[in-house]
Design a protein around this ligand. Structure first.
Ligand SMILES: Cc1ncc(C[n+]2csc(CCOP(=O)(O)OP(=O)(O)O)c2C)c(N)n1
Ligand SMILES: [Mg+2]
Length: 1025
C-alpha cells in the first residue's frame, strides 16, 4: 500500500506535448548488465482510497501499465488509457477510472493484450489476474528449488518448514491459490520485467508461463538467489536460467562431457579393482564432480584466470588429483604400495591429504593455467581460510587487484559445510578489503550423509549450503545424476564469479555408493537409503545411454573411449611398480624454486647479522614519529605519542613499538613485503602501535607512515581483521605460503584467544612441514603476561606451544659452528619470549634473513610496552648485532661468578620484577639472573656456558605462571640434560592451578611476592632433594 501511494502520488499530469516528447526515455528497459528497471518520474493526482483497484499489491502492475501507456497508449487496454488520461488531466480522486468501453473486433494495442482483454470482464479482474501471474512467477523464482528434482535417490531429506510447499502451482488445482482458475490457462498475460521466460515475447498464455517456469526452476536445477540484495545480480541469474533454450550444448561439448565422466568413473573402478581393501574415499555416486570442476576451470581460464588454487576434503581427492590437476597416475598408484621407502624427512602424510601443483595448457581456452591443490589435514574445512590466504597472496604478488588472474575453488562435504564454523568465518572474510579473493566458487559434494549421520541429525537448516546466504552468494543446487545440468550450473557459477567477483555455491546433490570409506558397511545405519542406492544405475551408464539414444555418440565410440582410458590406467600401473622411493616433495603445493637449491636444501647454513645502520635506525625512527602527508590532523594524544618517539630517536633508544617499527621498516626497505593482520592491529590492542593515522577532520582519510620509508620499498599491509582467530590465522598462514620473501604476522588480541584457532596451530603450523615438506615463516604475536587481569587475558599458554616442540629434552645435541642455525633448521617452530625491544627487532629480522622458513611464536608483553626499563639502545641494533638466544647477567654477579650462590633462569617480563627485587634485597652479586629468550629450539650450548660459569651456584627456574603451565616442564629437563644432571633445578613460581591466573588483584600480588621470596631465599631449597 505504502509503495503504491508514493508511486502514484508522484505521478503528475503531462501536457500533450510533453507526453509526445518524453515518454520513452523515462522507461528504462535495459540498462547496464541487461537490467530492466523502472525509474518512475511522473506524478499523477489520484487517490488510492478512491480507486479501489489501486491497492498495495498492485503496485508493479499499475507501474507496468503506466509505462506501457507512456510508450504508446495503444499498448494498454482502453480502460487504462482512459484512466491515465483522466488522471493526467488532473481528474479528482475517484473519478479517473471509468468502466471499460465495449470491445471491438479491430486491433488496438498488442495482439497479446487483445487476447488478454478478451478474457477479462473488467479492469479490476484484469489487475488482479496480472498480479496473480506476477506473484506466481515470483513464487517460482523464490521457491522453485523446493520442488526441483534435485535428489537422484528421490528420498530428499531437505526439510522445509512448510514442505510440501502449499502456495505453489505444480498442479492445476493449485491455481486457485493465486486467484486464478483453470479457465485462465489459455489467457495471455503480459510478462513483468523481472522475468526472462518470454524470450523475445512480452506476453504469454498462462499455461506456457507455468511450463517455462517449471522448466527453469523445477527440473534438475534448483536456484536459490532471491535473497540477494542486488537487483542487477538477481536479473543476471534470472536471465541465465529463465531464457528459453539457454541450456543447450553442442555435440562436441556433450562428447567432452562424456569423456570426462568416463575418466572420473573408470578411475575409481580401477582403484577398486586393484586395491579393493584400501581406503580411498571414492567418488562413486558423485562422478560428475570431475566434469564440474573442469567446467569451472575451463570457463575461468577463458575469462583470463591463470592460477586456480583449490582446497578439498577426502572425498574424491585422488580422482581430482588424477583427472583435474593431472598428477601422473603412477605417482598416485605407487602411494598404494606400502613397501615404498620414504625419501623425505618428516612424518609424511596419507595419500588423500597431500597437495599438488601443476602448470599446464588448458585445451578449451588454449591458455596456460596453474592448478594447485593444497595439502590439508583430516580436519574438515580447516583448509578453507588457508586456500583463501594463499589466493590473496598470489593475487597481491601479481598485482591482480580484482581477482581476474587468480581464483580459488573450495570443495566441501555436505555435513562439514553445514557443521563447521570455519566455513562461516571464511565466508565473512570474502568481502573485506584486505582479505577478499574476489569471489570463490564453492562446490559441495552433497551425498546426503556425513560418515554415518544423516542430515536430519546433522543440521538445522534445510540445505547444507544455507551458510552461504550470509554473504548473498547465489546457490545452485543440481542433481548430480544429470551431468549436463551440472555442467550448465558450473558454467554459470564460473561466469558469476568472473562477472561479479563474489562467492557462489554449486550444490551437487548426489549419493555415496559405498560406505564412508571402502571398508565401511553403510547398511548398519542407513538401510533404506542403501537399498535405494543399490538399485541406482550408475550415472555414467545413464548418461552414455542418453547420448547414444540422441545419436551424439555410437556405442562403439563410447566403448572405445572407455577401453582407452582403462589402458592408460593399466600402463601407469605397470610404471608405478618401478617406483621404489616415495617423494613427498613431488606432492608440494607451493614450491619456492628460487629460494632453495635445486635439491630443495637451503642455500647456506648461516644467518647474517640482523642489525642495521645508525642512519637507517634514525630514518625509520623519524618516519615512525612523523605524519608524512600535508594537512593531516591527528589526535592530540597521538601527537604526544609521536613526540615521545621523536625524543627516543634523539636519545638513540627504542621502546617495544619502535623496535617493531625498525624491524618492519628495515625489511620493507630491503624489498620484503610485511603484512600484519589480526584484531585491531592497526592501532594495537594496547594503543602502542598506531601504524594507521586517522585524520580527525576528514572521514576515512588515513595515512600509513610505514609506506613512506623509501620510494622503492616493498608495500606494507596492516589490517584489522574480522573478529575471528581460526579463520584469520588460517588465512595468514596461507598468505605466508605463497612467497618466502614476506614477513607475515598474525597478532592475537590477547594470547589466550589463539586457542580458538588451535586447529591451524596443531594441524598446520606445528606439523605442516613434517607432513607436507612445506616451509612456512608465519609469525604469531601472542600478548602474554600476568598483570592481575584475571584468568582470561593473562596466558598465551606457552606450555602448549613448548609441548609441541620437536627437540629432545634428554639429548644434549652435538655442537658445531653452525649449531644455532642448524638447530633452527631442524626444529618444527621457534618459540621466543623477548625481554627487550632490540631482541624483538632482531628475531623478526632473522625470520627473513635465515636461509629457510620456520614458524615463529612470540610471547609479546603488555606492561613492558610502557615499562621505562624495557627499552633498548640503538647500540644493540647496529650492524654486527644479532638476536640473543639468551641474555646473560651483566651485573656484579657476572664479575665474580664464583661468588654467585644462585642462578635464576627466567624468560620474559618476570626478569624486570626479579631484578628489582634482587636490588631491593641487595643480592646483586650473589644471585645471577639469566634470561632465556629463545625457548625453543633450546639454547643448550649457551645455557651450559652459564651453568659452567656459575659453578658453585644452585639453579632455579623462575616463572610467574603456574607450575603446570608456562615453561617449567619444558626447560627443566633440558637444563638438567645440559648439566649432566649434576645439580637440581629448583622451581620458583606459582603453584599448580586449573585456571591460568587469579581474578583477584590482591591474590595476584601476594602470589607474585611469594614467588619472588622463593627465588631470593637462598635457603629455600636447602635440605630438599
Ligand atoms: C573437524 C572434523 N571432525 C570430524 C571428522 C571425522 N570425519 C571424517 S569424514 C566425516 C564425515 C564428513 O561428511 P561430509 O562432510 O558430508 O563428507 P563426505 O564424507 O560425506 O563426503 C567425519 C565426521 C573430521 N575429519 N574433521
Ligand atoms: Mg556427505
Amino acid at each position: 500500500m505504502h509503495r503504491l501511494r508514493t508511486t502514484v502520488s508522484r505521478l503528475r499530469p503531462l501536457t500533450a506535448a510533453q507526453t509526445a516528447q518524453s515518454r520513452s526515455p523515462h522507461r528504462t528497459l535495459v540498462t547496464k548488465g541487461g537490467l530492466r528497471t523502472f525509474q518512475p518520474a511522473r506524478h499523477l493526482n489520484t487517490s488510492v482510497a478512491a480507486e479501489p483497484f489501486l491497492n498495495g499489491t498492485s503496485t508493479n502492475y499499475v507501474e507496468e501499465m503506466y509505462y506501457a501507456w507512456l510508450e504508446n497508449p495503444r499498448n494498454v487496454h482502453k480502460s487504462w488509457d482512459v484512466f491515465f488520461r483522466n488522471a493526467n488531466a488532473g481528474a479528482p480522486p475517484g473519478l479517473a477510472y471509468q468502466s471499460p468501453p465495449p470491445l471491438s473486433g479491430t486491433s488496438q494495442g498488442l495482439p497479446s493484450v487483445q487476447a488478454l482483454v478478451g478474457a477479462q470482464p473488467n479492469v479490476e479482474k484484469l489487475v488482479e489476474d496480472h498480479l496473480a501471474v506476477q506473484s506466481l512467477i515470483r513464487a517460482y523464482q523464490v521457491r522453485g528449488h523446493h520442488i526441483a528434482k534435485l535428489d537422484p535417490l528421490d528420498i530428499s531429506c531437505v526439510d522445509f518448514d512448510d514442505a510440501p510447499p502449499v502456495s505453489f502451482v505444480t498442479t492445476e488445482d493449485k491455481l486457485c491459490l493465486y486467484g486464478l482458475a483453470e479457465s485462465d490457462l489459455d489467457n495471455v498475460f503480459r510478462l513483468p520485467t523481472t522475468t526472462f521466460i518470454g524470450g523475445n515475447e512480452s506476453a504469454l498464455p498462462l499455461r506456457e508461463i507455468i511450463r517455462r517456469l517449471e522448466m527453469a526452476y523445477c527440473q534438475h536445477i534448483g536456484v536459490e538467489f532471491m535473497f540477494i540484495n542486488d537487483v542487477e545480480q538477481c536479473q543476471w541469474i534470472r536471465q541465465k536460467f529463465e531464457t528459453p533454450g539457454v541450456m543447450q550444448f553442442s555435440l562436441e561439448e556433450k562428447r567432452t562431457l562424456l569423456a570426462r565422466m568416463i575418466r572420473s568413473t573408470r578411475f575409481e573402478e580401477f582403484l577398486q579393482r586393484k586395491w579393493s581393501s584400501e581406503k580411498r574415499f571414492g567418488l562413486e555416486g558423485c562422478e560428475s564432480l570431475i566434469p564440474a570442476l573442469k567446467t569451472i576451470i575451463d570457463k575461468s581460464s577463458q575469462s583470463g584466470v591463470e592460477n586456480v588454487i583449490m582446497g578439498m576434503p577426502h572425498r574424491g581427492r585422488l580422482n581430482v588429483l588424477a583427472n583435474v590437476i593431472r598428477k601422473e597416475l603412477e605417482q598416485i598408484f605407487c602411494q598404494f604400495e606400502s613397501k615404498l621407502e620414504a625419501a623425505d624427512e618428516g612424518s609424511g602424510d596419507v595419500k588423500y591429504h597431500l597437495g599438488m601443483y601443476h602448470k599446464r595448457m588448458n585445451r578449451v581456452s588454449d591458455r596456460q593455467i596453474t592448478l594447485s591443490l593444497m595439502a590439508n589435514p583430516s580436519h574438515l574445512e580447516a583448509v578453507d581460510p588457508v586456500v583463501q590466504g594463499k589466493t590473496k597472496a598470489e593475487q597481491f604478488y601479481c598485482g591482480d587487484t580484482e581477482g581476474k588472474r587468480v581464483m580459488s575453488i573450495l570443495l566441501h562435504g555436505d555435513a562439514a559445510f553445514a557443521g563447521q564454523g570455519i566455513v562461516y568465518e571464511t565466508f565473512h572474510l570474502s568481502d573485506l578489503p584486505s582479505y577478499t579473493t574476489h569471489g570463490t566458487v564453492h562446490v559441495v559434494v552433497n551425498n546426503q550423509i556425513g560418515f554415518t549421520t544423516d542430515p536430519r541429525m546433522a543440521r538445522s537448516s534445510p540445505y547444507p549450503t544455507d551458510v552461504a546466504r550470509v554473504v548473498n552468494a547465489p546457490i545452485f543446487h543440481v542433481n548430480a545424476d544429470d551431468p549436463e545440468a551440472v555442467m550448465y550450473v558450473c558454467n554459470v557459477a564460473a561466469e558469476w564469479r568472473n562477472t561479479f567477483h563474489k562467492d557462489v555455491v554449486v550444490d551437487l546433490v548426489c549419493y555415496r555408493r559405498n560406505g564412508h570409506n571402502e571398508m565401511d558397511e553403510p547398511m548398519f545405519t542407513q538401510p533404506l537409503m542403501y537399498k535405494q542406492i543399490k538399485k541406482q544405475k550408475g550415472v555414467l551408464k545413464m548418461f552414455a545411454e542418453k547420448l547414444i539414444t540422441e545419436g551424439v555418440v555410437t556405442t562403439q565410440a563410447y566403448e572405445e573411449e572407455v577401453a582407452q582410458y582403462d589402458k592408460i590406467c593399466e600402463e601407469a600401473y605397470t610404471r608405478s611398480k618401478d617406483e621404489k622411493i616415495l617423494h613427498i616433495k613431488h606432492w608440494l603445493d607451493s614450491p619456492w624454486p628460487e629460494f632453495f637449491k635445486l635439491d630443495g636444501q637451503p642455500k647456506t647454513m648461516s644467518c647474517p647479522p640482523t642489525g642495521i645502520s645508525e642512519e637507517e635506525l634514525g630514518h625509520i625512527g623519524n618516519i615512525a614519529a612523523s605524519v608524512p602527508v600535508e594537512d593531516f590532523t591527528i589526535h592530540g594524544g597521538l601527537s604526544r605519542i609521536l613526540k615521545g618517539r621523536a625524543n627516543m630517536v634523539g636519545q638513540r633508544v627504542c621502546d617495544w613499538a619502535l623496535g617493531e617499527y625498525m624491524a618492519f621498516g628495515s625489511l620493507l626497505k630491503e624489498g620484503i613485503h610485511v603484512r600484519l593482520s589480526g584484531q585491531d592491529v592497526e592501532r594495537g590492542t594496547f594503543s602502542h602501535r598506531h601504524h594507521v593515522l586517522h585524520d580527525q577532520n576528514v572521514d576515512k582519510r588515513i595515512c600509513i607512515p610505514m609506506n613512506y620509508i623509501s620510494p622503492d620499498q616493498a608495500p606494507y599491509t596492516v589490517c584489522n581483521s574480522s573478529l575471528s582467530e581460526y579463520g584469520v590465522l588460517g588465512f595468514e598462514l596461507g598468505f605466508a605460503m605463497a612467497s618466502p620473501n614476506a614477513l607475515v604476522l598474525w597478532e592475537a588480541q590477547f594470547g589466550d584467544f589463539h586457542n580458538t584457532a588451535q586447529c591451524i596451530i596443531d594441524q598446520f603450523i606445528s606439523s605442516g612441514q613434517a607432513k607436507w615438506v612445506r616451509q612456512n615463516g608465519i609469525v604469531l604475536l601472542l600478548p602474554h603476561g600476568m598483570e592481575g587481569m584475571g584468568p582470561e587475558h593473562s596466558s598465551a599458554r606457552p606450555e602448549r606451544f613448548l609441548q609441541m616442540c620437536n627437540d629432545d629434552p634428554d639429548v644434549f645435541p652435538k655442537l658445531s659452528e653452525d649449531f644455532a642455525v642448524r638447530q633452527l633448521y631442524d626444529c618444527n617452530w621457534i618459540v621466543v619470549n623477548c625481554s627487550t625491544p632490540a631482541n624483538f627487532f632482531h628475531v623478526l629480522r632473522r625470520q627473513i634473513l635465515q636461509p629457510f622458513r620456520k614458524p615463529l611464536i612470540v610471547f609479546t608483553p603488555k606492561s613492558l610496552l610502557r615499562h621505562p626499563e624495557a627499552k633498548s639502545s640503538f647500540d644493540d641494533m647496529l650492524p654486527d648485532t644479532n638476536f640473543k638466544r639468551i641474555i646473560p647477567d651483566d651485573g656484579p654477579a657476572a664479575v665474580s661468578p664464583e661468588e654467585v650462590k644462585r642462578v635464576v633462569f627466567c624468560t620474559g617480563k618476570i626478569y624486570y620484577e626479579l631484578t628489582r627485587e634482587r636490588k631491593n634485597r641487595g643480592l646483586d652479586d650473589s644471585v645471577a639472573v639469566v634470561r632465556i629468550e629463545q625457548l625453543s629450539p633450546f639454547p643448550f650450548d649457551l645455557v651450559k656456558a652459564e651453568a659452567d660459569l656459575y659453578a658453585n651456584a644452585d639453579l632455579v627456574w623462575c616463572q610467574e605462571e603456574h607450575k603446570n603451565q608456562g615453561y617449567y616442564d619444558y626447560v627443566k629437563p633440558r637444563i638438567r640434560t645440559t648439566i649432566g644432571r649434576s645439580r637440581p633445578v629448583w622451581y620458583a613460581g606459582r603453584e599448580p592451578a586449573a585456571a591460568p591466573a587469579t581474578g583477584n588483584k590482591q591474590t595476584h600480588l601476594t602470589e607474585l611476592q611469594r614467588l619472588l621470596d622463593t627465588a631470593f631465599d637462598l635457603e629455600a631449597f636447602s635440605g630438599h632433594v
